[in-house]
Design a protein around this ligand. Structure first.
Ligand code: ADP
Length: 162
């Protein structure tokens, strides 16, 4: 397969679960656009610009990863970018219901756009941004669960917050 996939999410911050999906996406698509959602706040720890910067740094050697942000409906953004495939990662059980609803709603909103799911890798399926932030706040070791540049930024951020 070739073409472009759009990988949307909050990425607060990006974890190795996300980077695994992006790297595997690049084996299927020429380009992956990582799209940081502006409208889902979820008590964010990092600003949108910081999140984008961390993803860009993690993929500095990979010109086929484009990092952007979007606001509003994902399908509208996909249409604007002329992308017809949304890429999502699927962790066991916890993601299924929400992802199933979203994928079908998005297809109802625009039948030209479909969602492709990659099953979470067994080495990263337990990871979520929320859990990583919690562990970092409590002083746990987060090496390997986030890219190295994110580990440094996250430790700085939680130290400044306490
Ligand atoms: P959202 O807030 O939209 O759930 P996230 O940034 O948490 O955004 O996740 C973006 C996408 O990445 C979602 O499809 C999510 O299921 C997937 N994802 C998150 N963590 C992992 C992981 N550890 N392994 C595989 N996919 C993941």
């Amino acid at each position: 397969m070739s073409g472009i996939a759009l990988y949307p999410g909050s990425f607060d911050p990006v974890t190795t679960g996300h980077t695994n999906i992006i790297r595997r996406g690049l084996q299927i698509f020429d380009t992956v656009i990582v799209a940081v959602a502006r409208n889902i706040s979820k008590n964010a720890l990092f600003s949108i610009d910081e999140r984008m910067e961390m993803i860009r740094d993690a993929f500095a050697d990979q010109p086929n990863v484009i990092v952007e942000s979007f606001e509003g409906l994902l399908v509208q953004y996909a249409r604007q970018r002329e992308v017809t495939c949304i890429l999502r990662g699927l962790r066991a059980v916890e993601d299924f219901e929400y992802e199933y609803q979203m994928a079908n709603m998005n297809r109802k909103l625009n039948s030209d756009i479909d969602t492709l799911f990659l099953m979470a890798d067994p080495t990263t399926f337990f990871l979520s941004s929320r859990l990583v932030k919690e562990v970092a706040t409590l002083g746990g070791d987060i090496s390997g669960v986030v890219p190295e540049n994110v580990r440094v930024r996250l430790l700085e951020r939680v130290a400044n917050k306490s």
